[in-house]
Design a protein around this ligand. Structure first.
Ligand code: DGT
Ligand code: CA
Ligand code: CA
Ligand code: ZN
Length: 579
């Protein structure tokens, strides 16, 4: 029977919530499913274990009813409520409702009136002009939806790393338990922790490849075998994601791991180096061209050593200078999760967060943090109840009270909104009262590059804006970046000492590696923040650390790798206020 991991279960609950919304169900029921899904996705323990021990309701947002549903999914591999909904509405509507400008109500209308049951059907209906004439739509909104459908398809060619990683880890664990398997590791873009993954590549070594291929076909997470040969098997999993598993001989393990980790540019450069040294490098090993003697291949380190190099961490393998650094034995000591002393973006029930400051602090304590910033939304984000002066005074009072008890120190922070002209929510007297101010863009998609640049350059002039949070505004799978001249803006930030955030929330991961490298060249420093909207999401930090590593960030460039006494001196307000 196929087995379900946290992600697969969360996806079923989300799908149920979405289909319920399309069916016009009560809003609280819909939200209940999404809340449970979001908690289960971020929950550190395997729900299968919790279910066995009757502990599912310990997960915030999981009530008795959801717990029963989850237990049923685990026991029977199906969820009748979801199956029932799927009989009523085609699954393709789940994608249609995600398209910008559509949503659940319009998805329902498009389905009822025009039979739209997939993105492709939506595009056909748009092309025929039938959408524009539908009640409540019009030419303008049809145009917006057409752009949304195109963006949807563009964004969904690749899987977010946060979806691929837990699945790959489960598959690797499953394979590790197979007696015929010697080494096992995921490779490709996932090992390099790229923010989106084209496909999951898993590599194994064994003296009995046939036994490994047979074991892959029988893995509990596998729903369907798409193809199985002597050295490669492709499977479909319960998460709806595909994975390719390869098997190589043990003495080829290192060469194969190196080859399949890539990236392609890194491999091509490496191969040219080998050639210049009279060697041949391929997925089977390193060979002397003259005589064909095999000189390395069993471990990855052997392969790099044979080429006269140290082993670059997978995250920086992209031919951005790591090969030169490895040859010179000057690879940087990249930041690690253990360097992180606190989380510098989090939300609470004071605005749109779902956990209290105390709940956030409990998880921060579990993670061993010294501090974290409470950065609820500022006034102008009306839809989430951005904080008024009264709200702020109440939060500060609470923070003082909590901070008087042992545990991670809560910093008085805020997430300001950068308006279209580069202004923020509060005046300087109020801004001076925070310990740290983030500022971010929550509007302005579609504005010109020129306007975006002006706006960003202007906000950098504000001495109380310490950090630019999720700097491009991109949301993986949903929203493109807000357009501005990043080079020019980073150059100025390097001068003003404004810090840029590496947002660790899995569908943001903003800045990306290219922008981080660009920022580092301009002398810009960084904070890491999970942007947690519930306490469990504090655990998303490793995704941000991976991005920081991909951008070559070292601990000396990362504010939250410093104790707070040092960290605060990096903030621009410290220089401005002298405290
Ligand atoms: P993805 O799946 O699009 O997110 O990206 P990757 O990097 O996982 O790429 P994939 O799955 O096509 O191939 C896995 C690795 O195999 C890749 O990182 C490097 C290696 N590789 C693939 N194609 C080539 C190639 O044409 N030349 C060389 N030297 N290496 C290649
Ligand atoms: Ca891949
Ligand atoms: Ca592949
Ligand atoms: Zn928020």
């Amino acid at each position: 029977m196929p087995e379900f991991d946290n992600h697969a279960i969360a996806r079923m609950l989300d799908d149920t919530g979405d289909l319920l919304e399309i069916s016009g169900a009560d809003r609280f029921r819909v939200l209940g499913y999404h809340k449970a899904a979001s908690s289960i996705r971020a929950w550190p323990e395997d729900v299968t274990t919790l279910s066995g021990a009757d502990r599912l309701t310990e997960i915030p947002g999981v009530g008795a009813k959801t717990a029963a549903a989850v237990a049923q999914i685990i026991a029977t591999s199906t969820f009748p409520d979801l199956e029932g909904l799927k009989r009523q509405f085609p699954e393709g509507l789940l994608a249609v409702m995600q398209v910008s400008g559509v949503g659940p109500k319009r998805a329902r209308q498009l389905y009822d009136k025009l039979g739209v049951d997939s993105i492709e059907a939506l595009q056909a209906a748009l092309a025929s002009g039938r959408v524009a004439t539908l009640g409540g739509f019009g030419a303008k909104s049809a145009e917006g939806i057409a752009a949304g459908a195109e963006a949807y398809l563009r964004h969904h060619e690749r899987i977010p790393v946060s979806t691929a990683l837990p699945l790959a880890e489960r598959l690797v664990a499953g394979l590790r338990a197979v007696p015929a398997v010697r080494d096992v590791q995921f490779a490709g873009s996932l090992r390099r922790m790229q923010e989106t993954i084209g496909d999951i590549d898993i590599l194994t070594s064994s003296d009995d490849p046939a036994a490994v291929m047979a074991a892959v076909r029988e893995l509990p997470l596998v729903t369907r075998v798409l193809g199985s040969g002597e050295t490669k098997t492709s499977v479909m999993t319960t998460s709806g994601l595909q994975a390719d598993v390869r098997v190589v001989a043990p003495d080829e393990w290192g060469a194969a791991l190196q080859y399949f980790t890539g990236n392609k540019a890194h491999n091509i450069h490496l191969r040219a180096l080998a050639k210049a040294a009279g060697l041949k490098l391929n997925e089977y090993g390193v060979f002397r061209v003259e005589g064909g003697e095999r000189i390395a291949g069993a471990t990855e380190a052997d392969v790099y050593r044979a080429l006269g190099m140290d082993t670059p961490p997978p995250e920086i393998r992209g031919d951005h200078g790591e090969i030169e650094a490895a040859l010179a034995h000057e690879l940087p000591r990249l930041v690690e999760i253990a360097d992180v002393r606190g989380d510098l973006q989090s939300h609470s029930v004071a605005t749109d967060g779902r956990s209290t400051l105390l709940q956030n602090r409990a998880v921060a304590a579990e993670l061993g943090y010294e501090y974290f910033a409470a950065t609820d939304h500022a006034l102008n984000l009306k839809m989430v109840g951005g904080l008024t002066l009264d709200g702020l005074e109440r939060q500060w009072e609470l923070i003082d009270q909590v901070n008087s008890t042992p545990g991670p120190r809560i910093l008085k922070g805020i997430e300001l909104n950068i308006d279209e002209h580069g202004g923020v929510d509060y005046d300087e007297d109020l801004l001076a009262r925070f310990e740290i101010c983030l500022a971010s863009m929550h509007s302005g998609w579609g504005a010109s590059r020129e306007a975006g640049t002006k706006r960003m350059l202007r906000v950098l002039d504000n001495p109380f804006v310490d950090v630019i949070a999720h700097p491009t505004g991109r949301v993986l799978g949903r929203r493109d970046a807000i357009d501005y001249d990043m080079d020019q803006v980073l150059a100025k930030a390097g001068k003003t000492g404004t810090i840029f955030e590496i947002n660790s929330y899995p569908d943001r991961l903003d800045l990306d590696d290219t922008h981080i490298r660009m920022a580092r060249e301009r002398g810009v420093r960084f904070t890491l923040g999970t942007d947690a909207h519930e306490a469990e999401q504090f655990r998303y930090m490793p995704y941000g650390v991976a991005m920081a590593r991909r951008g070559w960030t070292v601990p000396g460039e990362l504010l939250n790798a410093q104790p707070w006494d040092v960290a605060r001196t990096w903030l621009r307000r410290f220089r401005t206020l002298g405290r």
